[in-house]
Design a protein around this ligand. Structure first.
Ligand code: ADP
Length: 670
């Protein structure tokens, strides 16, 4: 269930802002309108001088004195006269006076007949005024209460009403946004949290990770029978850390734990905690634990925990927000009661950078390794995903598994899907082994690049280059048999490639095998030089690979005489790119480079020697490849044997190697 989608909807936010804008405009217009109506056609201002002359002429009926104004009401006759002169259309009174009239209605008939003042003038400190008014027989008095009323009403309409409306609107808006964890709800962890009441995933859906499943089975039991463990005094685990490369099924395993234990599954990514604002992450952690405890028993899965769990360092420029978030997480993990059945699972592919405090007993103290699957694991994963796909009898999942050494669960799932799509594309109802192999190639080297038209010369060079690799492979011991040679370019940069098949899965490589691999990798370049007496850019990938192997032999595997068993490099990010970092001084680094160079030179000379001795086979196979574009390992070996005069081997023995298709060991890039 996705709590978040509706809040992420940009239209929703836009609508909110639209409403605010329209309401603000309406309120402003309303207030402006009321105010101008209030001003209405009220009394007109006249000079004090004119006021005095009006008194002298006996035109004033009544005067009301205010603290800063004097309101003048004319006699009926004077009024008519004045209005005729000035063209004023009577005195309809303003909103204020109308309201006032209404407020006062019913008080007395005399007051009802009372007219509104016609003029007003500023108050002047004229102590003779009272005398003058008395002499002229003008009624006078003061109206403080009315002024007060007017001021209050004015205040209400111009200040209190708009502010009140705005405040109401703000409250409404905040509530709306906070509810979904939008702009105002930044502290809410449900901003990016997903909750599934029942995942429906079981351990059967996760193939190949037997050790991980076994460890997690225990955890499921904790959730099922917490009493069994707490009864004896055992503390239940609070968290487990799933460690492994991407795509190996860590999320799937966490879901399976929830599915097996039949408890709700909360999941969110570590990066979802960390925000620009300090303190937001911490408040999200608090909120997450609060929610999870309410739902317990349940599983909370934090993916990519390294985003918040990185080692805190004291150096300058540390990330305050991340540290606060981590501290909060540690505090919450210490605080919650395991007997309720709350379990935190976290996944990472960089366990080495996690803060030691996270891995302490009572926190993520269980580390469950979810590594790349081995051959058996790959077969099982393929079976799990092939269950729902119709396949014909040609399909041999074991052969696919053999060809996909190093692939993880998500790659394999993807391959099965690609194969099914390929079958549909060709109008077939079932998936065949060919579709599966095509899918393997698509995942590993990309799709065929049909629009790339190579010139005749280029095709020739690529062809010799690939046959160079293949021939060096066949001419050496300790290599994997050739399965396929092609000069059809692929989208991931290969202009051609040779596929090799391991006869069985290997966990170790001998020194001889590694040396042979280097010679094979350089075989392409050697063929170019022998045949065309020039070299091309096509060998870049081979050179990189050969150098990597040679370097690792010297620095990591202790396979050079010069350095012996000295460990010169260590591997970082084992579950990601496996980058190596040198552990030696500059002088030694220089010596390592020399040794690598020596090794590569030797291997290149060996490749050139092998090819020069077998020039006829090289030419014949290359010509055949140019014609066919793709040839199988069998076709390759047939020509090779013919040229060399080697008899055909026992059919069964040969098929064991060549029928299986192989891992791609070299790509020849542009
Ligand atoms: P991770 O969390 O380790 O990056 P995921 O659990 O998200 O990997 O795996 C992605 C997908 O790959 C899964 O949904 C599943 O289809 C497939 N997959 C990965 N590992 C396995 C496995 N061991 N068994 C079956 N399917 C797997």
């Amino acid at each position: 269930m996705d709590n978040n989608n509706k809040n992420k909807d940009p239209n929703h936010n836009r609508q909110g802002w639209g409403i605010i804008l329209i309401t603000t405009l309406l309120v402003t217009f309303m207030v402006m309108g009321l105010y101008s109506m209030m001003q209405g056609s009220g009394p007109e201002q006249i000079s004090y001088d004119k006021f005095l002359s009006l008194i002298d002429e006996g035109d004033v009926q009544e005067v009301s004195l205010n603290s800063d104004r004097i309101y003048i009401t004319l006699t009926d006759e004077a009024r008519q006269e004045e209005y005729q002169e000035t063209g004023r259309t009577g005195n309809p009174g303003n909103v204020w006076s109308q309201l006032q009239d209404q407020m006062q209605s019913g008080s007395s008939t005399e007051e009802e007949s009372q007219r509104d003042p016609d003029y007003y003038t500023g108050y002047v400190n004229d102590y003779t005024l009272v005398d003058k008014l008395e002499k002229a027989g003008v009624e006078f008095g003061s109206k403080p209460a009315d002024t007060m009323g007017q001021t209050l009403l004015e205040l209400f309409l111009t200040v209190i009403l708009p502010i009140g409306l705005m405040a109401l609107m703000l409250v409404w808006l905040m509530r709306k946004m906070t509810k979904g964890g939008g702009v105002m709800g930044i502290g809410k962890s449900n901003a990016k949290m997903y909750m599934e009441k029942e995942t429906g995933v079981t351990f059967q859906d996760v193939a190949g990770e037997d050790e991980a499943k076994e460890s997690l089975q225990e955890v499921v039991d904790f959730l099922h029978n917490p009493g069994k463990y707490s009864g004896i005094g055992a503390k239940l685990p609070k968290g487990a850390l799933l460690v492994g490369p991407p795509g190996t099924g860590k999320t799937l395993l966490a879901k399976a734990v929830a599915g097996e234990a039949k408890v709700p599954f909360f999941s969110l990514s570590g990066s979802a905690f960390v925000e620009m604002y300090v303190g937001v992450g911490a408040s999200r952690v608090r909120d997450l634990f609060k929610q999870a405890q309410q739902q317990a028993p349940c599983i909370v899965f934090i993916d990519e925990i390294d985003a918040i769990g990185k080692t805190r360092d004291s150096s300058l420029g540390g990330n305050d927000e991340r540290e606060q978030t981590l501290n909060q997480l540690l505090a919450e993990m210490d605080g919650f009661d395991t007997n309720k059945g709350l379990l935190i699972l976290a996944a990472t592919n960089r366990p080495e950078i996690l803060d030691p405090a996270l891995l302490r007993p009572g926190r993520f103290d269980r580390r469950i390794i979810v590594d790349k699957p081995d051959l058996k694991g790959r077969v099982e994963i393929l079976k799990v995903h092939a269950k729902d796909v119709r396949m014909d009898e040609s399909v041999d999942l074991e052969a696919i598994a053999l060809a996909t050494s190093g692939a993880v669960g998500s790659d394999l799932a993807n391959m099965i899907n690609e194969a099914a799509i390929n079958a549909v594309k060709h109008g077939r109802q079932v998936v065949s082994q060919k579709d599966l192999f095509e899918a393997v190639e698509v995942v590993l080297v990309g799709k065929e690049k049909k629009d790339r038209i190579m010139s005749k010369e280029e095709r020739q060079i690529v062809s010799y280059h690939e046959v160079g690799h293949a021939l060096v492979t066949a001419l050496q011991k300790n290599t994997e048999p050739v399965q396929k040679i092609t000069i059809v370019p692929r989208t991931m940069g290969a202009l051609g490639y040779v596929m090799q098949t391991p006869e069985e899965e290997k966990f170790l490589n001998t020194k001889k095998e590694l040396e042979a691999m280097i010679v094979v990798a350089l075989g392409g370049r050697a063929a170019e030089e022998i045949v065309f007496d020039t070299v091309t850019t096509g060998a870049a990938n081979d050179i990189e690979q050969a150098t990597k192997i040679a370097r690792a032999m010297i620095t990591q595997y202790g396979m050079s005489e010069r350095f012996g068993l000295m460990g010169l490099e260590s591997i970082q990010n084992r579950y990601l790119d496996g980058r190596a970092v040198l552990n030696c001084g500059d002088a030694t680094a220089g010596e390592i480079d020399e040794e690598v160079m020596k090794m590569l030179k030797g291997a290149y000379a060996e490749a050139k020697k092998l090819l020069a001795e077998n020039r006829e086979a090289l030419d014949k196979i290359a010509a055949f490849l140019i014609e066919k574009e793709t040839i199988t390992g069998k076709e390759f070996m047939k020509i090779f044997r013919e040229v060399k005069g080697i008899p055909e081997p026992d059919e069964t023995e040969e098929s064991s190697a060549a029928e299986r298709e192989g891992r791609i060991v070299m790509k020849d890039g542009e």
